[in-house]
Design a protein around this ligand. Structure first.
Ligand code: 4NP
Length: 155
C-alpha cells in the first residue's frame, strides 16, 4: 500500500481538488486497494469544513465529486503514515519541512514535480475569479497522471 497526502494552506481548494482527482484516477485504474489518498492543510482556519463551493462546482463539471471531503490540518504523524506528502506551493512546502520530524519516512516535495509542465506551484485560487479554479484542475489533472505513473513503478 502506498499512501499519498496532498497539502495546501486551507485544505478547501487545491488539496481537496487533488484528492478528488487523484482518487478517481486511482479508482479507474483499479488501484484503490494499493494507493490510499488523503488531503490536509497547513493552516487551521477551515478544519471540519467542506471544500469551497467554487472548487466543488468546477470539479463536478469534470466529473469529480469533492462534496464529502472535510478539511483537516497536517499533523506530525502524517509524515510517518504517508509515503508522499505533496505540497501545492513553495510556502506550503517550507511549512511542511519545518514540522516534519527527522525520523519521517515520507517523501516531502512539490506535487507539480510530477508533471512536465514548466511550472512548480498550483496557485491559490481563493481570492481570484472562477478561471483560477479551472487552472487548478488543469494542473492537478496533469500532475496526477505523472504521479500515478511514478507510483505504479513502486507497486
Ligand atoms: P487552499 O486555498 O489553500 O487551496 O485551500 C485557501 C483557502 C482559504 C484561505 C487561503 C487559501 N484562507 O485564507 O482562508
Amino acid at each position: 500500500m502506498k499512501k499519498v497526502l496532498f497539502v495546501c494552506l486551507g485544505n478547501i481548494c487545491r488539496s481537496p481538488t487533488a484528492d478528488g482527482v487523484f482518487k478517481k484516477l486511482v479508482s479507474t485504474q483499479r488501484l484503490h486497494k494499493k494507493i490510499y489518498v488523503d488531503s490536509a492543510g497547513t493552516a487551521a482556519y477551515h478544519i471540519g469544513n467542506p471544500p469551497d463551493s467554487r472548487s466543488i462546482a468546477a470539479a463536478k463539471q469534470r466529473g469529480y465529486d469533492l462534496s464529502s471531503l472535510r478539511a483537516r490540518q497536517v499533523i506530525s504523524a502524517d509524515f510517518e503514515e504517508f509515503d508522499y506528502v505533496l505540497a501545492m506551493d513553495n510556502e506550503n512546502l517550507s511549512n511542511l519541512k519545518s514540522i516534519c520530524p527527522e525520523s519521517a519516512k515520507a517523501y516531502v516535495g512539490l506535487f507539480l514535480d510530477f508533471t512536465a509542465l514548466p511550472v512548480d506551484e498550483v496557485p491559490d485560487p481563493y481570492y481570484g475569479g472562477d478561471g483560477g479554479f479551472e487552472h487548478v484542475l488543469d494542473l492537478v489533472e496533469s500532475a496526477s497522471a505523472g504521479l500515478l505513473q511514478h507510483i505504479q513503478k513502486e507497486l
